[in-house]
Design a protein around this ligand. Sequence first.
Ligand SMILES: [Fe+2]
Length: 289
Amino acid sequence: MKDEDIERPQAMKIRQGIQDAMTYTLPDKTFNPKNIDLVEIDIELDNLGWDFHNYRILNLTDIHLGQWVNPDYLSDLVDYVNTLNYDLITLTGDYVSYNMEDYDIALKNSLKRLNAKDGKYGVLGNHDHWMGSEIIRDIFKESDIVDLSNDVVTLTINESKVNLAGVDSSTVCADNLDKVLAKLDDDYPTILLAHEPDFARESSQTGKIDLQISGHSHGGQFIIPKVETTPFRGPNSVKYPVGLYKVKDMIQYTSKGLGTNSFRVRINCKPEITIITLKNKERKRIEIE
Ligand SMILES: [Fe+2]
């Protein structure tokens, strides 16, 4: 599908003009790690090679640069990420919001500076398509981010392997799971990057995906205390809007993301950086012995 075939939201420019003014007049527009939820979770995978036991994947999603998140904030966030302990970075879409042209250089400069020992891998979100997927894909190239849109790479450590896959945004019907499945090596566990969390309904049915990592929902920007879910569920994040889910045999993880939608409100729902530590399911048995 070509970019021009994708239906864009109406009055985008007017909306972004208002947004720009508000973004730059905010009193608290600077990055502060205290305002970030650094979520660290362990995920056990079937058939995970021992070389990947304790492997750490850092996920960033929904930066929405230019909509409340300004270039200096993103640059400081990158400095902070670079101080954390992880092996590989994944990015699950919506890098921009309603304006690309004023933010593409800043986005590239920041993504380029993200350090990851084993590389950076990403997919696109609906906003990236609305704003121009080719520009985002060029930014990926210039920032050494491997574009996993409907593609798979094999991560290898010694004898152990993991399939790291991605699908393009399902909101704009750019996803092609069949293409991904055709490239998978079934002997190894598979992690899928999919911007929209409700894509889990489709991916889980294949029986070939072990973990799907998503964003898109921003956690609804309001999480009910104790219940730990949200009543605010937009399109494609109705079923799995925030946190961990078991969907058939697959684990779904939905991050609260970094940016916000037009309403800059987050209640009990801080912006999130996620670190997923992969675990071999057999570890408990080994530890007891
Ligand atoms: Fe999105």
